[in-house]
Design a protein around this ligand. Structure first.
Ligand SMILES: Cc1ncc(COP(=O)(O)O)c(C=O)c1O
Length: 439
């Protein structure tokens, strides 16, 4: 028998009893994945998975072939250099020049086991630079796993919802927190996961100036590189370039994930780029934990080394080949991933037609870009309630409250796994949802 929506709430309640959530709004991405898979198994209803940012595309064959070749050459038995293989470091340096217009020699470009490893390595640095500075400031909403990392490490953090502090209002808000809270560093993603707003040059300049004035380290998370599809940042050496704080401060670090722009999530590979000035800077308090008080040395030979002692050779060769093709203009990654923008536009329309509204609904007064994520709410329900009710209709998402958002009524919806043929299914399920819940 074909299962219909909504599924029997009793079945969901039974499964929920096995979890430890009082409020589903607090469930992490992976916890919602597990729960929705369990419901699928129990009810036989195929789910629409909008909870996890898994790329819905294959990695380009240039990468797959280069990996296979490296494997055949016997690299599986060899340890890789911690900082990354030389050809990859060279391509990373060219990539940063070609698409961000920042000159940075290969020696300051490092490979990581996904950006997730890059951020944990930087957290191990940031909170140890100064004896009297303990916390990271997250310009939120953000990627929940980074806060999990900070908590697992036992550090403090501060956060604020940037939607209320856009443009020149950002300066006072940053100053207020930085002065009060002994902050060591600031992290944000651009474009922002989950709201899909993008910081303007003015805002990046403010962040850079605050970093200069208070000697703070910046972690610029470019996980969705080039995916503000209102602009085309995909032509090597040609403007417009991906905006960056690196134009305004020397205290920058950058995380460029290969997971989303290059659909390389499964091989766990990312780029960590560090300003040359910051690399060579000495922080006497670092020697409490590391063999050197020099930022770059401690980062590579202590923090990164202790986390995984390097990144597997084969994805390094795969990414090298891919970046080379991108740098030489033979492969335009934007052409592949811009389908996410189209999908978001279609899906937003369907949600809006069925009584939902967009939570973060503009980008500093301008129309929001369409991309990997968007945010939704439904009148009269908290994020946790809406998440649970959508599960009854076979749609899984995560609550915004796990992202540092102040908008606890909302959810994050990710478009990446949605296939064209699922669109009518979503339309039908939301229509029934709205019929049952609408006033
Ligand atoms: C903002 C942000 N930063 C970092 C990451 C981690 O990416 P990676 O797969 O490279 O570890 C993600 C993944 O979803 C993300 O959304």
């Amino acid at each position: 028998m074909k299962t219909q929506v909504p599924i029997d709430p009793k079945e969901l309640d039974e499964l929920l009893k096995e979890t430890h959530f009082d409020d589903l709004g607090n469930a992490s991405i992976r916890e919602v994945v597990r729960l929705s898979q369990n419901i699928e198994k129990k009810t036989g209803l195929p789910f629409i998975h909008m909870e996890m940012g898994v790329p819905g595309l294959d990695v380009n064959r240039i990468a797959a072939e280069a990996e296979a070749e490296a494997f055949a050459r016997g690299y599986a038995s060899k340890y890789a250099p911690i900082a990354g293989i030389e050809p990859l470091k060279e391509e990373m340096s060219k990539f940063v020049k070609n698409f961000i217009n920042i000159e940075i020699p290969p020696e300051y470009c490092f490979v990581t086991v996904g950006s997730a490893q890059g951020s944990i390595a930087l957290f191990l640095m940031a909170n140890r630079l100064f004896r009297d500075r303990a916390g990271i400031l997250f310009i939120d909403p953000g990627f929940p796993v980074q806060k999990l990392q900070v908590k697992v490490l036992g550090y403090d953090y501060e956060t604020f919802d940037v939607f209320n502090y856009r443009g020149d209002r950002l300066k006072d808000k940053l100053e207020e927190i930085v002065k009060e809270k002994n902050i060591s560093s600031i992290l944000y993603s651009n474009p922002n996961n989950p709201t899909w707003i993008s910081f303007t040059e003015e805002e990046l300049k403010i962040i850079g100036e605050v970093a200069n004035e208070h000697n703070l380290m910046i972690i610029e998370d470019l996980a969705y590189f080039g995916m503000d599809f209102r602009k085309d940042y995909s032509h090597p050496g040609e403007p417009p370039y991906q905006p960056t704080v690196a134009k305004y401060t020397d205290n920058w670090t950058m995380l460029i994930s290969a997971s989303k722009a290059f659909s390389y999530a499964g091989q766990r590979i990312g780029m960590l780029i560090v300003s040359d000035k910051l690399y060579h800077k000495k922080f006497p308090d670092l020697s409490r934990y590391y063999s050197s008080d020099q930022f770059g040395h401690a980062l590579v030979y202590n923090a990164l080394y202790s986390l995984s002692a390097g990144v597997a050779h084969t994805p390094q060769y795969g990414l090298t080949a891919l970046l080379k093709a991108v740098n030489e203009g033979r492969y335009n990654f934007r052409e592949d991933v811009k389908v996410y923008g189209k999908r978001a536009e279609e899906l937003k329309k369907i949600f809006l037609e069925n009584g939902f509204h967009i939570v973060y609904d503009n980008d500093l007064g301008e129309e929001l870009a369409n991309g990997f994520y968007f945010t939704i709410a439904y009148e009269g329900m908290t994020g946790g309630e809406l998440l649970k009710n959508l599960l009854l209709y076979g749609i899984s998402t995560i609550a915004l409250q796990t992202t540092g958002s102040e908008r606890h009524e909302g959810l994050r919806a990710c478009v990446s796994q949605i296939q064209e043929e699922q669109i009518p299914v979503i339309e039908e399920r939301l229509r029934i949802f709205h019929k049952n819940f609408g006033k």
